[in-house]
Design a protein around this ligand. Structure first.
Ligand code: SF4
Length: 364
């Protein structure tokens, strides 16, 4: 097969240019130092919808605590969620955990070898299965995530994409382009190109190793942007001394209902109606997918909060000592608030982390 834009000869050159660019420019990321399918699986799940800079710290902590599939399978869910805290999309962590348990209980504790078998695991879609199988097992299967889709759409050009229709054409082209002698490296190189050069709004075409094969050089099919919704929310920061005479403080947290559609069972600051006569101690904006939350946090004394007005909110609550907050599965917003207000220590990586583009995958 040749595409409307590329000949077979172009393909050879495309592979060569891309792979030699990747050898020189690949970011040094912890999951690139292993071929262990379990570790690659963890990294791929974390990278879906989360920035690389955020994932690096979380990945290292997660692998330190759960170095193997078996150790993850044996862990309690709340411990897994705690280590996931800050990554968001907690359903990913629950599915990863339940898939690990399934593998240990029914498949001898190791990951299947082929992308087709991997695809049957809870939470593993085409993208994740292809990434694990190609990187860890050298299977010649192409990965098509958001980054690869963007690169291919631009390389092929609008006309070719329209003629053939998305996404079938992209999958087919990705498979045709894939270098069967180094499928894992080729897939990573395509994703890296999309994440660092062929950027969504400002492609760096002058630095692109496959520029000569690109039909658009920056012009591309742009998906319509989702409408952004704004919401206002208010939370209470309620503190008390952890023990009499102790410098440590305990913070009141509320647990989200198990039936909640988002982040069930996670812990957060208690939500309140805005107090009429006090100023917030913190105002922040927190974005989740297409919603901007404008958040105000009010500092309340325990006796102010524990009145009858808040009885319902108190049904699932607990006091947590500040030194133990990092062991609780907190929502990303709760972590952000507690760190901004210096109630919870910031990890070193968060203090100095530079945001890098992440990977858009097939998850959720
Ligand atoms: S030339 Fe530009 S638009 Fe084309 S693939 Fe490279 S970075 Fe993307």
């Amino acid at each position: 097969m040749e595409t409307a834009a590329l000949t077979e000869q172009d393909r050879e050159e495309f592979r060569r240019q891309l792979l030699s660019w990747f050898r020189l420019n690949a970011r040094d990321l912890p999951w690139r130092q292993t071929r262990d399918p379990y570790r690659i699986w963890v990294s791929e799940v974390m990278l879906q919808q989360t920035r690389v800079a955020t994932v690096i710290a979380r990945y290292n902590q997660f692998i330190q605590r759960f170095p193997s599939l078996v150790s993850l399978a044996l862990a309690r869910e709340d411990e897994v969620l705690t280590l996931w805290s800050g990554l968001g999309y907690y359903r990913r962590a629950r599915l990863l955990h339940s898939a690990a348990q399934l593998l240990v209980n029914e498949h001898g504790g190791s990951l299947p070898h082929t992308s087709q078998e991997l695809r049957r695991l809870p939470g593993v879609g085409d993208y994740t299965a292809a990434a694990i199988a190609s990187i860890a097992r050298n299977e010649a299967v192409a990965v098509v995530d958001g980054n690869v889709e963007r690169v291919l759409t631009r390389v092929l050009g609008k006309a070719a994409v329209r003629r053939a229709g998305l996404p079938a054409q992209l999958k087919e082209t990705a498979g045709w382009l894939l270098d069967p002698t180094a499928p894992g490296t080729f897939n990573q190189a395509m994703m890296e190109l999309g994440a660092t050069v062929c950027l969504p709004h400002a492609p760096q075409c002058a630095d692109c190793p496959v520029r000569q094969f690109c039909a658009t050089k920056g012009e591309h099919v742009v998906a319509p942007r989702k409408q952004i919704v704004s919401r206002q929310t208010h939370y209470a920061l309620v503190k008390k001394p952890a023990e009499e005479g102790s410098k440590r403080v305990a913070v009141l947290l509320a647990q989200r209902p198990d039936s909640a559609s988002q982040m069930p069972g996670m812990w957060e600051l208690p939500a309140i109606a805005a107090p009429e006569s006090s100023e917030p101690v913190l105002r922040i904006r927190h974005a989740i997918t297409n919603t901007n939350f404008y958040v105000e946090v009010f500092s309340l004394k325990p006796e102010e909060f524990l009145g009858p007005r808040h009885e319902k909110a108190m049904e699932r609550h607990d006091w947590v000592v500040d030194s133990k907050l990092s062991e609780v599965p907190l929502t990303g917003l709760a972590r952000k608030i507690l760190m901004r207000l210096d109630v919870m220590a910031k990890p070193r990586e968060v203090r100095s982390g530079k945001a890098l583009p992440g990977r858009e995958g097939d998850f959720l």
